[in-house]
Design a protein around this ligand. Sequence first.
Ligand SMILES: Cc1ncc(COP(=O)(O)O)c(C=O)c1O
Length: 397
Amino acid sequence: MTDFAKTRALFRLPEGVIYLDGNSLGPLPIAAEARVARTLTEEWGKQLIRGWNSAGWMSAPRSIGDRVARLIGAPAGSVVMGDTLSIKVFQALAAAAALRPDRRIILSDSGNFPSDLYMAEGLVAALGRGYQLQVVAPEAVEAAIDDRVAVMMLTEVDYRTGRLHDMAALTEQAHAAGVVTVWDLAHSAGALPVALERCDVDFAVGCTYKYLNGGPGAPAFIYVAPRLAGVAQPILSGWLGHEAPFAFDLDYRAGPGIERMRVGTPPIIALAALDAALDVWDGVAMEDVRRQSIVLSTLFIEQVEARCASLTLASSRDAKQRGSQVSFRHKDAYPVMQALIEAGVIGDFRAPDCLRFGFTPLYIGAAEVLDAVATLERILNDGSWDQPRYRQKAAVT
Ligand SMILES: Cc1ncc(COP(=O)(O)O)c(C=O)c1O
């Protein structure tokens, strides 16, 4: 059994704050402070350019990729770190489309994160030649899979409502129609068990600043099924994905396996923070995380529904149908959330009307869930949220 009291002690959480936003940005793992300091002073400071070899900087995207692989049901050697998730979405999508050159449709759903859809729009425009992005309702994906579709690109857990797609069933159905699959795991990695290898997924991408606690702007990851890693074209053909980067050849030759999905110079300081954040997962079983996250999110739903009548549940009531976050609708969700944050309970707002809360057993327990609901109930009942200053929209909501 995972010891959640032990994992909780590994995070720096400010006094008086209940943090229900680890689905947006995970908190600081204490070990990252010393790890980043060491990277700065001992590695960059003393080893200078030699650090690329002597401190293992050049192999970090692969070695850290292996640590992430374990958390998403992928074999060692199938995941590499780098760039932002939006870039990795583009790369996976373009590589997937190139594997089905006779088809022109990229299928996605309206619950997908906008950046994924924007990247697909950009790719479609760049490819021309009749490519199109088909966006259907999440419940209509299954019916839209047919032999005209080149790629099915889905985010497993809906960022707004937490709705969970059935990765195994949809991937199987897509493959039966000859469709290549790209799964975005932004709200899955570190939140629930993912079985990329068992589901036979083709490509997957994800970020590490949410449930993996890698820090703001932490590097993204890309997974390519080993059966495809040697044939998929990286499309973003940067020098560090080249077969021999330091030969400085004038023509591009894709590197071996997952190496080819690297693009340019890796962000070493950010990777150091992420590596320390991944230490937290040693000894953690994802099944335990899932079980406890369901306990917490179910408790939250029950309590909010019993005590906050003005909120309407936007997430599925069936825990098996949702990820590790819960959203409630309120017509004034933005000011309500700002008042809640000021009272020490941090969640976030997702347009147009969602109050969103993430449940992360690594550092949140039932007592905090109950305290959070009590604060929410108080703010809604006393009307203290209804002030002009809470309606001032910040750049990041
Ligand atoms: C599902 C999903 N995809 C893509 C992105 C974009 O990620 P990035 O800003 O790291 O490129 C996000 C950001 O939250 C996301 O939630």
